[in-house]
Design a protein around this ligand. Sequence first.
Ligand SMILES: *Cc1c(COP(=O)(O)O)cnc(C)c1O
Length: 482
Amino acid sequence: MSEPLLFEISSEGRKGYSLPPMDVPEKPLSDLLPETAVRSKIAELPELSEMEVIRHFTHLSTLNHHVDKGFYPLGSCTMKYNPKINDQLAELPGFSGVHPFQEVCDIEGALQLMGDLACYLAEISGMDEVTLQPAAGAHGEMSGIKIMRAYHEKNGNPRKKIILPDSAHGTNPASAAISGYEAVQIKSTDAGLVDLEDLKAHLDEEVAGFMLTNPNTLGLFEPQVCEIAKLIHSVDALLYMDGANLNALLGLTRPGDMGFDIVHINLHKTFSTPHGGGGPGSGPVGVTSRLAPFLPMPVINCGKSSYSLDWNRPDSIGKIHSFYGNFGVMVRAYVYIRMLGAKGLLRVSEDAILNANYMMRKLEKYFLLPHTQHHMHEFVLSGDWQKEKGVKTLDIAKRLLDYGVHAPTVYFPLIVHEALMIEPTETESKETLDEFIEIMIHIAEEVESNPEIVQNAPQTTPVRRLDEAAAARSLDVQYRES
Ligand SMILES: *Cc1c(COP(=O)(O)O)cnc(C)c1O
């Protein structure tokens, strides 16, 4: 018996239809492929019914913690509730079915959505032009720094250094270094803000720019930002805003109005897309008009009656993402912005700030609060009081899992000992906030009365404390034990 062919379809097709002839090889596979490429036995693929698959994944989803299941106050990440309508609209066939190779005249609807989204983001951030290409905040940083470099080189004045505060997110110095700059760290004051004297001491004609997060990673607004902008511009350097914390500023103030030249926006944080675990993101970058010629290509032209792509940007830093970027995330952000409108976006930030400050004032008696002033959308506690009893911040984070909430960000920012960085976001109810406050107070009491239970947490999760270093070093992910 000869070996089976790849397909068995008659080129005549069914009666009444004529199927186009298929290019089906007439010879056995072993004649067409080298022997080493032909399987010797059937592949062991799992064969499961739809119901088994659904149950399997539903079960897995209940083992994991996620924002649809419980409170997720992960500081700096803005783990807000993501309205399901975002996903429903992103799934519309006209959006989810477009092919990246489709002709521009076929995808004007998608271009309109991207063009409009870029305009909204420009308005929200106070910038003149926005590119949607970068795939995440870190990618936006790298694109922004490339724009900085292109600007200084165009002026015949290449530079060597990028300054950043010691409270910066790790991606900031990494983006500076990967773009070929020396990352120079300056001190924060005891109040957690940029130390202007230290900034001045490091400022010279070698400096390409200053990367600042505002509000910073302590959740504090930099009140001297206009003064900082003047200083930076006095040596013709550029002021870059890490806009990961934009959730605190919507409708209240704008990076452009504060004197920033470049800003990246994390759509998957401020403008709601499920994220985490390296999921898809989008990190649009906005710039002032003098930097617009350097934006990545192509730029979307919003004409009166049609949309097109502008490739005529001779000073552009080039393309930094295949095709258009992460389109599905853009649809979600567009829906979110259109649904809330200007007033709704303002309310997002007002409520995010209110929730964070409410929680902070309730917890400051039980945990050390190193920076006591009014905060923006997040705040950072220190576990130093608990450490005196032999309980680390990591233990507190693990104990929180026993009570069904995700831990805050821990050990970041680096300038706070035993940091616990808490961002409740605007989408949580007062009941949820009160419940978390109670759990935290309860853990603080446990540290006094029964520290072992905290040190040995978690007790109730599907897996106990993992050796994360070992898991990362010898990753072993497989379908079935061999
Ligand atoms: C999340 C974050 C980043 C990096 O953004 P990604 O989208 O994760 O690449 C940079 N800076 C701050 C302050 C952040 O919180």
